[in-house]
Design a binder for this molecule. Sequence first.
Ligand code: PLP
Length: 397
Amino acid sequence: MSEKKYVYLDYAATTPMDPRVIEEIYNHFKETYGNSSSLHSIGQKAGKLLEDSRNTIAKLLNADRQDIIFTSSGTESDNIAITGVALQNMERGNHIITSTIEHHAIENPCKQWDKRGLEVTFLPVNKYGLINLDDLENAINDKTILISIMFANNEIGTIEPIKEIGAIAKEHNIIFHTDAVQAFGKVPIDVEEMNIDLLSASAHKIYGPKGIGLLYMKNKGIKKGIGRYIRPIMWGGGHEKDMRPSTVAVPLIAGFAKAAELAKEEMSLEAQRQTKLRDKIINWILENIDDASLNGHPTQRLPNNINVSFKYIEGESIVLDLDMEGIGVSTGSACSSKSLEPSHVLLAIGLKPEEAHGSMRATVGRFTTEDDIDFFLQKLLKIIERLRKISPLKRKV
Ligand code: PLP
């Protein structure tokens, strides 16, 4: 019996590994098993693969290979950025600026530190999810040590004005971190041109393995006029420039490098192809389903992100019904946790809690086809109609 087709439209949550990445990792698990710190030839072979991988990945950021350290995830990189900068700069200042729509991997470390020695300003965003550059300038004071603003939002796909934020940070000699977990490999990033000091990314969002991330640290974490600006948050052996101890997962990193190489080669064509699919979905929904509205910026958004609110129904019901039809999307209201709290991102862009609850995120990717989209839209229409028929909220109006 053939397996039922499943249309996966949740590439922002994670991506399936590209078969070319799986092959690369499989070969290295067999052949490059050494500890990259060992002096013997087996260790040296792993060490060379590690440095070659660093080089390949650095090219995707226009970065120096020496400025990349590998971590276990985007979450770990974000935590090192926030806590590592806070710990290292206590004498200089205690103020961090971030936004109200950051991923929990930034929001929660900031909240941990807020009032425990640090002051955190959470900048508001407009209805599209964009921060205001004047608000940013006005929030800066002589105690500000770090600005951390995400490159692109994981729920609504909005891309922040990173180059302009980098210029402001540079002018005030403040460290600038960006969580680029959703943007890395999908849109061009140039850490030099954008004045980025610290950047987080993760392999599993770009068809690489889960369990590997990176933190880019400009000039190995040293800045003119500031000196060393970041310190480790874990101590052990001296791996990864003393910033992230533990035996390095070289085969997974080689997989991350393969994924980054493919992302670089295919970025331009894939971005065009996915933007077409994205806009087809958005336009079709807005034209064919009443009381539906787009969340996030209409054009300044990731090529693969669709986030829509449907009045009178719950996002969870849409997700579960679509799953029964063999389609995987996610709800905008309960992102990573299974909590029933409305999404802080959707509330921050001005949605009412009931509107936030009625939202759905679909994210396309490398393996999504036109046929998948047609199948999805046809099922979605039926599901929305059926849910609205039984919705007590709809009957009230
Ligand atoms: N930051 C953003 C914007 C994300 O979307 C995610 C994952 O969804 C993370 C950080 C965390 O990355 P990881 O799953 O690698 O820990």
